[in-house]
Design a protein around this ligand. Structure first.
Ligand code: PLP
Length: 242
């Protein structure tokens, strides 16, 4: 069953190191330091074994887009110290209770009902204190996509202000699928500008500093436009059977 495991682990390590190097390059081209950019390794395509290989390669921040998969993987990796899990996809309210204690950060906050349930649940989980969250915005023309339209963002941030256990740390966004590099940069630039505007407006309420944007096909554009967190899956798993 484990045939080829060392070879696969080596491949994952190579892919990871290549990615780290490429992120460094993109940062330097943008006149930024790579230290400002965190890579979240998205494990949704692979088994827990491969996720462990990725941790051993040096990735400490892992992301899953479905609660169930996050539960399973975090259980399988529970004995490894220092892993921080990121919930990057939609979080249903009925999955909150079980998910909350496992995660370091939620990337997909986009409605008040979820925020209120989160806040209530955090009240019953005192050791946790607060949860770092990113508000997901949709700057594409695609209204079927998840995320808040930018016009609704100020009101949402106002509504979040009294929910002290929700620690809003910034914004998350995705670009239009298969868009040109130019269009992608334009969209990410919009998110970046939104962050600057919201930072000013909510200076005394929220500490907004993070931009979670950029996946395997568009992290270079995202870094050029100020991303501080990139969420990378496919690139890490190139040549690895799920
Ligand atoms: C799957 C996923 C990613 C990673 O995408 P890749 O293109 O495989 O790098 C990033 N963010 C979210 C929200 C995802 O669901």
């Amino acid at each position: 069953m484990n045939t080829g495991r060392p070879a696969v682990a080596a491949r994952i390590k190579d892919n990871w190191c290549e990615l780290v190097e490429s992120v460094k390059q993109s940062a330097s081209q943008a006149g930024r330091s790579a230290d400002e950019i965190r890579i979240v390794g998205v494990t949704k395509y692979v088994t827990a074994d491969h996720a462990i290989d990725l941790v051993h390669a040096g990735c400490r921040h892992l992301g899953e887009s479905r609660p169930q998969s996050l539960w399973e993987k975090s259980e399988a990796l529970r004995e490894i110290d220092g892993i921080q899990w990121h919930m990057i996809g939609h979080l249903q309210r009925n999955k909150l209770r079980k998910t909350l204690p496992l995660i370091h950060c939620l990337h997909s906050l986009d409605n008040l009902r979820l925020a209120q349930s989160l806040a209530d649940e955090l009240d019953t989980q005192p050791p946790r204190g607060s949860l770092p969250c990113l508000v997901e915005v949709n700057v594409t023309q695609d209204t079927t996509k998840t995320g808040l339209p930018p016009t609704e963002l100020p009101k949402f941030l106002e509504q979040l202000a009294p929910l002290k256990r929700i620690k809003v740390i910034g914004l998350m966004a995705m670009s239009t699928l298969h868009a040109t590099s130019e269009q992608i940069r334009h969209e990410f630039a919009q998110v970046s500008e939104l962050l600057v505007a919201m930072k000013l407006r909510f200076e005394s309420t929220h500490d907004l500093s993070q931009l979670s944007m950029g996946m395997s096909d568009d992290y270079r554009e995202a870094i050029a436009e100020g991303a501080t967190i990139v969420r990378i899956g496919s690139t890490i798993w190139k040549g690895v059977e799920p």
